[in-house]
Design a protein around this ligand. Sequence first.
Ligand SMILES: [Zn+2]
Length: 214
Amino acid sequence: MEVQTGYKPHACRFLITDQNVKHLPVQPYDATREEGPLRHVDGVWYWNHTYTGEFLLEASLLLNDCGKVDFIRHHAQLCSIGGCYEQGKEGDGAAGRVIAYILSRDTQASDKPLIITDPKKALSTAIERGLSQICMALEAISGKLNGPLKLDGSVDSALRAALLQYAEGERKAATETAKLIGSDKLFRERLGAMVEGHFGLKSDVLAAELKKAK
Ligand SMILES: [Zn+2]
């Protein structure tokens, strides 16, 4: 850990790493033995809230290890990742792309932190926000879609391809692919079926939109 006086209040900055940090101006910290500002006693974490706490993880943070995942506004200027263009943006774009990836690849790896279990099992607002963003980004709004594909099977193939393109950041190509789909309603119905097939849960956002369209 080290002291960071550039913050008000000053921060205790923790670097969580398994690398050799001898060259850094930090000192080791054992939360089970030290007096504070951070303590871990009998499985419970305590911290001194009169200071800012900062935790830097020198590793990939696996979604499956997380208790909950949400999409929040990115810092206005700062980012540790080179080539990031998310500065200052709300989390909607990220939500859309992550949910598009999960659905198009049908990967279960990060489902757990995206599902709510209390008071009952449901999709998180993170997922619902992502779905709403997908409909906007792929222009399945205000009757814009009017393509040749009408059958569930072919709509599903085009939808999966569009989602994957969108997830990979090829937004223009993704909207071109989505344009093949017969109508906004078909897009939303099949997206809803994909969500239900993957998560085993219905999307309230897509159901509400379908009701409006009828
Ligand atoms: Zn960033």
